[in-house]
Ligand binder design. Structure first.
Ligand code: GUN
Length: 281
């Protein structure tokens, strides 16, 4: 079984991005800039944002974090986004989710100009991705896609099963696999015979948020299994895949932690650089 080392893959990607940033600096005499807006004091969000900042600095991006208290009003946030939209030193804007209840998430997402939407959440980017046009692609599915391609460069005709239909993961993952000519089945919590569907998959992407849902007898021999889940349980953080037993059947499997997670952040940096490059065209 190939244990897919997301930490190593992410470090390699950051190495490539660092080189690219230095080339861009040479060519344009400036570096891509990422601005993250963090609202409130949720611990996981703070940790993510700290890691994003650290990684951005490592590859040589200009990075800035703007922090607001939980009580900040929506108008203040929207005005800040408008200001960042106009700022030519800002290539990418990310508003860390989740947001406090009094702030309309969709309004915030749509306030970011699509060209600076490094999350790929803006309807324009969602539409462009599903139409097969150039777009920002959400970081987590992009990271999964790159890991899958490392194991299997030619995905044409493969059967892929995506578990979960979220806008963040399942739906964009499906679009990326379709672009690679996979036959994709999207499954979710209401799917009948989820096990039967999974058994058909050459590739399984589990992004449903149910601890250790995917068992060994759900997996076709030699399938590639990507675990997007991060579930807090009594025994610590586990994924959506029962790692021990599935590792005996799968051809390749991502661990949790150390699989998809590190790639998500590296892909955010990649998206920031892509936004910068498109803005220079
Ligand atoms: N919170 C958890 N994951 C994400 C993400 O990919 N983007 C944003 N903006 N917030 C998140």
């Amino acid at each position: 079984m190939i244990l897919i080392d997301g930490k190593k893959a992410a470090a390699e990607l950051r190495g490539e991005l660092k080189l690219e940033v230095s080339e861009l600096k040479e060519k344009f005499n400036k570096v891509p800039g990422l601005t993250v807006i963090l609202i409130g004091d949720l611990t996981p969000s703070q940790i993510y944002v700290r890691n994003k900042e650290k990684s951005a600095n490592e590859v040589g991006l200009k990075s800035e974090v703007i922090k607001y208290p939980d009580s900040v009003d929506e108008k203040t946030v929207l005005e800040k986004i408008a200001e960042l939209n106009r700022d030519s030193s800002v290539s990418g804007i990310l508003v860390q989710l989740p947001l406090p209840k009094h702030i309309d998430k969709q309004k915030v997402i749509e306030a970011i100009v699509p060209g600076k939407d490094v999350d790929g959440f803006h309807p324009m980017n969602v539409g462009n991705l599903s139409s097969g046009y150039e777009s920002s692609v959400p970081c987590t599915p992009l990271g999964c896609y790159l890991l899958i391609k490392k194991i299997e460069p030619n995905l044409s005709g493969k059967k892929a099963v995506v578990i979960g239909r979220s806008n963040l993961n399942g739906k964009p993952m499906t679009q990326l696999l379709l672009k690679e000519n996979c036959t994709v089945t999207i499954t979710h919590s209401k799917t009948k015979d989820l096990k039967g569907e999974c058994l058909k998959g050459d590739i399984i992407v589990a992004a449903v948020g149910i601890p250790e849902l995917v068992k060994a007898d759900w997996i076709k021999k030699d399938a590639i299994v990507i675990d997007v889940g991060i579930n807090k349980t009594e025994k610590g953080i586990v994924g959506d895949v029962a790692f021990e037993e599935v590792s005996k059947v799968a051809k390749a499997l991502t661990p949790v932690p150390g699989g998809v997670g590190p790639m998500t952040i590296a892909c955010l940096l990649k998206n920031t650089i892509e936004c910068f490059k498109r803005s220079q065209k």
